[in-house]
Design a binder for this molecule. Structure first.
Ligand SMILES: *[C@@H]1O[C@H](CO)[C@@H](O)[C@H](O)[C@H]1NC(C)=O
Ligand SMILES: *[C@@H]1O[C@H](CO)[C@@H](O)[C@H](O)[C@H]1NC(C)=O
Ligand SMILES: *[C@@H]1O[C@H](CO)[C@@H](O)[C@H](O)[C@H]1NC(C)=O
Ligand SMILES: *[C@@H]1O[C@H](CO)[C@@H](O)[C@H](O)[C@H]1NC(C)=O
Ligand SMILES: *[C@@H]1O[C@H](CO)[C@@H](O)[C@H](O)[C@H]1NC(C)=O
Ligand SMILES: *[C@@H]1O[C@H](CO)[C@@H](O)[C@H](O)[C@H]1NC(C)=O
Ligand SMILES: *[C@@H]1O[C@H](CO)[C@@H](O)[C@H](O)[C@H]1NC(C)=O
Ligand SMILES: *[C@@H]1O[C@H](CO)[C@@H](O)[C@H](O)[C@H]1NC(C)=O
Ligand SMILES: *[C@@H]1O[C@H](CO)[C@@H](O)[C@H](O)[C@H]1NC(C)=O
Ligand SMILES: *[C@@H]1O[C@H](CO)[C@@H](O)[C@H](O)[C@H]1NC(C)=O
Ligand SMILES: *[C@@H]1O[C@H](CO)[C@@H](O)[C@H](O)[C@H]1NC(C)=O
Ligand SMILES: *[C@@H]1O[C@H](CO)[C@@H](O)[C@H](O)[C@H]1NC(C)=O
Ligand SMILES: [Cu+2]
Length: 568
């Protein structure tokens, strides 16, 4: 009976696939995760890569395609791969976050992942979603318009990947383990990178600096990702302005700016018009962080835009970017993003909200045991982080697997609170009672009904320290309807929401000591991680899980798992 049922579901799955993909292609990629000899990055000797490439291979598909990626782990670490921004309708099995939707692929193992595209169009990316491996295991995921359709802007003359990253000379697993053991901040990274290279301001890689050749009069589509680990970045090109036309796999109204702010996890489609005198110009990325720059890597990664007939004699000068701690500049840029919201690319902002959530985002401190030494708060504590005062305790088996089999006991609870357990002046500048800093530790999920409309307000707090939090939701895009500094006040702030053309995103930086309101429809049944995209914060526990229940119709239920789910 059970077997028959599964076969029936599998048949449904095949019919479903052939239906939605009658117009679409099925593409195949093989990803071999391996330790690679790599000498092109400041003398680095070994890097964990996919197919020996750094950054990893680009996936190119069209809207609505299915991409099958055979992931083979020939490295020495557990690995999972996440397709960042791909919604995976009804199919969380391939989503990738370790111990949320799968157990990791162990060394020697493999997993064939079905990546189901639906309404995504533009630039996304893929990356490791286990420990800190994503420092080097990441690449671009390009989603072209369907055959017979075009971009909602003039066809660019060429497309250029621009992947921003952050690199440590030491082995990244050692960096992570050392960070977890000390309980303080992670070691400061040694460089920021553009397409895997720090650029010529860092002496060690001057000759490998990324060069981008352009012809005067042409227009280039930069497909940009912030793959950095722990910081937002400012980015610009000397003497050139940039036109934002998309973010997170959705089109935006054209936004012209001299600089952009991009959060880790976020992607951006940018038009660069080569309209300056024939010469060469820096493109540059540096961190944005409202906290003191001495705590983070404060160098500048560069690449060189070279005009084809330039004489290239003039000295390169850096673009003028906002100061590294300029929160207003970051907020100002981000709050100007607008959905395209055209007839061809309509939007669908939930107007009637069924479920209203308020989640605080806090840095916490847990007092040190007598027999350990830890670095946080004058060597008294270990840092932690929480959402609604719960520090996410990663289980040692897949939450999705436990949910699907109906055996959640001992794996997770469903008591994640809809509102903060304690009301206080979240963004008070100083003098917050230190007893508030202690979080609870648990593995709690929020259950959402199928198709429920959700408004979620993220409220940053100033516990321990206020900082931006780039929040990322799996399985859904959301509309960013409002944002501001200070404490959210529903009456005052909901009146100013943009419900007309808010940007459709999957990662949004909640401003330091501020708030961001998002709306989405929980139309994708499954188990979906939501977390801060700073590695140090997610390691400290700034994550939680939404479980979107099945709908009644068979077409509104989670599809069955593939036969090769990695075992625990
Ligand atoms: C890397 O290079 C070293 C020395 O050249 C060699 O011994 C080693 O086998 C190489 N490793 C891989 C994974 O190719
Ligand atoms: C993938 O794993 C299966 C099961 O362990 C094994 O039979 C198969 O040979 C592996 N394939 C590759 C390409 O490593
Ligand atoms: C690069 O080398 C030059 C000359 O050797 C030196 O003056 C400069 O400080 C170095 N820059 C960095 C970032 O190490
Ligand atoms: C930049 O970082 C270096 C090394 O971490 C630090 O010594 C320096 O003070 C920082 N610069 C600023 C402006 O904070
Ligand atoms: C190269 O460019 C510089 C600055 O634009 C200009 O002064 C110089 O004459 C140019 N040289 C040649 C050979 O075109
Ligand atoms: C924000 O942008 C506007 C232009 O759109 C500008 O006039 C204003 O000065 C900017 N504010 C800050 C704080 O950067
Ligand atoms: C500290 O003591 C606790 C028991 O009080 C023990 O479980 C733990 O392993 C000890 N940690 C270290 C680092 O010795
Ligand atoms: C909350 O803290 C902010 C920042 O310190 C302060 O300006 C505000 O007056 C406080 N609000 C209340 C109600 O105490
Ligand atoms: C901090 O909170 C604790 C527990 O609620 C309370 O006992 C203590 O008096 C408070 N301290 C201050 C300075 O308000
Ligand atoms: C979080 O929970 C802990 C343990 O119950 C409590 O001591 C602390 O005050 C709470 N903090 C906040 C901000 O809710
Ligand atoms: C979910 O809502 C959408 C409209 O937002 C509707 O088209 C769809 O039929 C609903 N699905 C179910 C299963 O109710
Ligand atoms: C690797 O994955 C296995 C299976 O889930 C798990 O038991 C093991 O603890 C993991 N190893 C590490 C270092 O996380
Ligand atoms: Cu964070």
């Amino acid at each position: 009976m059970n077997k028959l049922f599964i076969t029936f579901q599998a048949l449904g799955f095949l019919l479903f696939l052939s239906f939605i993909h009658s117009q679409a292609a099925e593409l195949k990629y093989t990803f071999v995760v391996q330790e690679t000899n790599y000498t092109r990055l400041c003398g680095t000797k070994s890097l964990l890569t996919v197919n020996g490439l750094f950054p990893g291979p680009t996936i190119t598909a069209r809207r609505g395609d299915t991409v099958i990626v055979d992931v083979i782990n020939r490295g020495n670490h557990n690995i999972t791969i996440h397709w960042h921004g791909v919604k995976q309708p009804r199919y969380p099995w391939s989503d990738g976050p370790e111990f949320v939707t799968q157990c990791p692929i162990q060394p020697g193992g493999n997993f064939s992942q079905r990546v189901l595209l639906s309404d995504e169009e533009g630039t996304l990316w893929w990356h490791a979603h286990s420990d800190w491996s994503r420092a080097t295991v990441y690449g671009l995921f390009v989603i072209l318009p369907r055959l017979g359709t075009t971009y909602p802007f003039r066809q660019p003359d060429a497309e250029v990947p621009v992947l921003l990253g952050e690199w440590w000379r030491a082995d990244i697993h050692t960096v992570m383990e050392d960070f977890l053991e000390r309980g303080g901040d992670p070691a400061i990274s040694d460089a920021l990178t553009i397409n895997g290279q720090p650029g010529d301001i860092y002496n060690c890689s001057a000759s490998e600096t990324t060069k981008i050749k352009v012809d005067q009069g042409k227009t280039y589509l930069l497909r940009m990702v912030n793959a950095g680990m722990n910081n937002l970045m400012f980015f610009g090109v000397t003497n050139h302005s940039l036109t934002v036309v998309g973010t997170d796999g959705a089109y935006t109204k054209p936004l012209i700016s001299d600089y952009i702010t991009i959060a880790p996890g976020q992607t951006m489609d940018l038009l660069l018009a080569a309209n300056q005198p024939n010469n060469r110009y820096y493109m540059a990325a540096k961190l944005f962080n409202g906290q003191p720059a001495s705590r983070f890597h404060n160098g500048t990664a560069t690449a060189i835009v070279e005009y084809s007939s330039g004489n290239n004699t003039t000295p390169l000068i850096l673009p003028s970017l906002p100061a590294s701690n300029d929160s207003n500049a970051s907020f100002n840029f981000t709050s100007k993003l607008r959905s395209l919201a055209s007839a061809e690319h309509p939007i669908d902002v939930p107007l009637k909200i069924k479920r209203t959530l308020l989640y605080t985002l806090s840095i916490n401190a847990i007092p040190c045991a007598a027999n350990e030494t830890c670095e946080a708060i004058r060597n008294t504590s270990r840092f932690a982080a929480s959402i609604n005062n719960i520090t996410f305790d990663m289980p040692s088996t897949s939450i999705l697997g436990a949910y699907y089999r109906g055996v959640n006991r001992g794996v997770y609870g469903d008591d994640f609170p809809d509102v903060p357990p304690l009301k206080f002046n979240y963004t008070q500048a100083s003098g917050l009672n230190a007893t508030l800093r202690l979080p609870e530790v648990g593995t709690e999920v929020t259950m959402l009904k199928h198709n429920e409309t959700v408004e979620l307000v993220f409220q940053g707090t100033n516990l321990v320290a206020g900082v931006d939090h780039p929040m990322h939701l799996h399985g859904h895009s959301f509309y960013v309807v409002g944002s501001g500094f200070g404490n959210y006040k529903r009456k005052r702030d909901s009146a100013n929401y943009n419900l007309v053309d808010p940007p459709h995103m999957q990662t949004i930086a909640v401003p330091q000591n501020g708030w961001t309101a998002i709306r989405f429809q929980a139309n994708n049944p499954g188990v979906w991680f939501m977390h801060c995209h700073f590695e140090r914060h997610v390691s400290w526990g700034m994550g939680m899980v939404f479980i979107v229940r099945n709908g009644k119709a068979s077409s509104a239920r989670v599809l069955p798992p593939p036969p090769d789910m990695p075992p625990c």
